[in-house]
Design a protein around this ligand. Structure first.
Ligand SMILES: Cc1cc2nc3c(=O)[nH]c(=O)nc-3n(C[C@H](O)[C@H](O)[C@H](O)COP(=O)(O)OP(=O)(O)OC[C@H]3O[C@@H](n4cnc5c(N)ncnc54)[C@H](O)[C@@H]3O)c2cc1C
Length: 338
């Protein structure tokens, strides 16, 4: 069997892995000259944080998101998945936010100053309490995407760069549209949720795991990367258009980072990144099929968390010629395994 995939973002490459591991001949067509150049996946935080996301996501995100950690570990086969959990803080005036967050999530432990100091010495004495989600993990999405591309190529997948393709051009062969928000003209119900992120560098602070700072209006997360780099993210602008980084977003992100730790004031700004998260009305991703054309889209803010599951769904439908594909929106809350 031969399958053509359009788009080498996290959706397309995850599917390429699932199909090629089962002996399918896979061709990936990517409009850019290299991995990540025009992909939303390049700007992600890389948090594998299903319990934290459960705060404002459907239960299905928790249930299937939990499987992502072992999928990435198994596929990447290196040490890029860092399983050290997440710490969630609020400033003392926003203590209610911490209580609210804890009511809406699971899988955490309420930790005190002493434990915070042992987990993140540089945050010692800055916060009295935190929620510690010890089973969560993170990865550098850029390294992960590059590594995933290498792994699928080892499986025999051919990635054709500089190929701007429309799904209809590849029919009647099997084709899977994984173009993310760039497919919006063909997928009427897709909306853009703009995200702005920063990468900064400072030697004055070290973190071992992602930290979140709750705030009623501007919740923030910071994900440590190699070489004292930190990803600061991310705005969520409904139906945000274009790729400009607004002054307001810059003020809010840096202001919150400074509130987490003053050493961010002296950090060097390395990069300002912007992209559009592809989202459906229920913020859940979908695998859809029309004869020989499939589509994975709507990964919203859960690209790295849910692409593995969506890729499995799509691969099953393609290989077993299934028309009836599970809809995540039909997921029954009682199926959540705590
Ligand atoms: C600031 C920010 C932070 C985020 N943080 C996280 C996070 O911490 N965890 C998480 O899980 N998710 C996160 N996300 C969400 C995640 O990035 C997206 O859900 C995911 O990247 C969508 O992946 P995709 O493969 O569908 O689309 P994309 O990554 O956009 O990939 C689509 C690919 O298709 C190619 N393409 C488009 N049109 C064509 C064409 N005509 N021909 C050939 N190729 C084409 C593009 O060049 C691109 O490479 C974040 C997003 C943003 C913006």
């Amino acid at each position: 069997m031969k399958v053509n995939i359009i788009g080498a973002g996290v959706a397309g490459l995850s599917l390429a892995w699932e199909l090629s591991s089962q002996g399918v001949e896979v061709h990936v067509y990517e409009r850019s000259s290299k991995i990540g150049e025009q992909a939303c996946s390049w700007f992600a935080g890389g948090m594998l944080a299903p319990w934290c996301e459960f705060e404002n996501a459907e239960p299905v995100v928790l249930e299937y998101g939990k499987q992502a950690l072992s999928w990435w570990q198994q596929v990447l086969q290196d040490d890029s998945v860092i399983a050290k959990g997440t710490l969630v803080f609020a400033q003392s005036r926003d203590r209610k936010e911490l209580q609210r967050f804890s009511r809406r999530t699971q899988g955490y432990e309420l930790v005190n100053q002493e434990t915070i100091a042992s987990l993140e010495p540089d945050l010692a004495n800055r916060f009295q309490q935190a929620l510690y989600f010890k089973d969560e993990a993170h990865l550098d999405p850029r390294l992960a995407l590059l590594r995933l591309a290498q792994q699928v190529q080892k499986n025999g997948v051919q990635i054709h760069f500089n190929q701007d393709v429309k799904p209809e051009e590849l029919l009647p062969e099997k084709v899977v549209d994984c173009r993310g928000y760039q497919a919006a003209n063909d997928v009427g119900s897709l909306r853009p949720v703009k995200g702005e992120m920063l990468i900064v560098r400072t030697d004055e602070l070290s973190l071992s795991r992602p930290v979140r700072l709750l705030h009623p209006r501007i919740p923030l997360y910071i994900v440590p990367r190699d070489d004292q780099h930190f990803m600061i993210g991310a705005t969520m602008i409904e139906n945000g258009q274009g790729h400009h980084f607004s002054a307001r977003s810059m003020l809010e992100l840096l202001g919150s980072a400074y509130a987490l730790h003053p050493s961010f004031a002296e950090a060097q700004i390395i990069e300002m990144g912007v992209d559009l998260r592809p989202a459906f009305i229920d913020n859940l991703p979908r695998v859809e099929r029309d004869k020989n054309m499939w589509r994975i889209n709507g990964l919203y803010r859960h690209g790295y968390l849910l692409a593995p599951y969506m890729a499995r769904l799509a691969a099953d439908s393609i290989i077993q010629n299934k028309h009836d594909i599970e809809k995540l929106s039909d997921f029954n809350f009682n199926e959540v395994t705590l």
